[in-house]
Ligand binder design. Structure first.
Ligand SMILES: [Zn+2]
Length: 125
């Protein structure tokens, strides 16, 4: 038996500086492999190749939902699932800019620029 409990209670893929490295080229900047960086707390894409397409699809989902009890969680998870199925790698991070107010981020990567472009094509079609 090993103790897998993280002392911070949440497992993330950040380095010691709180930065996420691309699993394919190791950069901390955005690169051709980054498919999507998404803020899970505020349900908003923050970067990556799918950034515009993701936010466009998500705002359409929110706009067309006229149910006052509309629960954003499920359709958002569905959309993320679709990105996940197109990506080759997924990383997560958690940032505490204000104490007690942390945002969780997911990062999706493709192993090559070509695969990223194909993923974009599949996502918008
Ligand atoms: Zn990269």
């Amino acid at each position: 038996m090993s103790n897998n409990d993280n002392e911070y209670g949440q497992e993330t893929d950040e380095d010691e500086n709180g930065e996420i490295h691309c699993p394919f080229c190791k950069t901390t900047d955005s690169c051709d492999h980054l498919l999507l960086m998404v803020d899970l707390t505020f349900r908003h894409a923050e970067g990556g190749l799918l950034y515009d397409a993701f936010n466009a699809r998500w705002s359409k989902i929110v706009e067309t939902a006229d149910d006052p009890d509309f629960d954003e969680k499920e359709p958002f998870d569905d959309l993320l699932q679709e990105v996940d199925s197109l990506a080759d790698s997924e990383l997560s991070s958690s940032q505490d800019e204000i104490p007690g107010m942390s945002s969780s981020y997911n990062y999706y990567f493709c192993s090559s620029k070509k695969k990223s472009m194909l993923a974009l094509k599949a996502f918008v079609s």
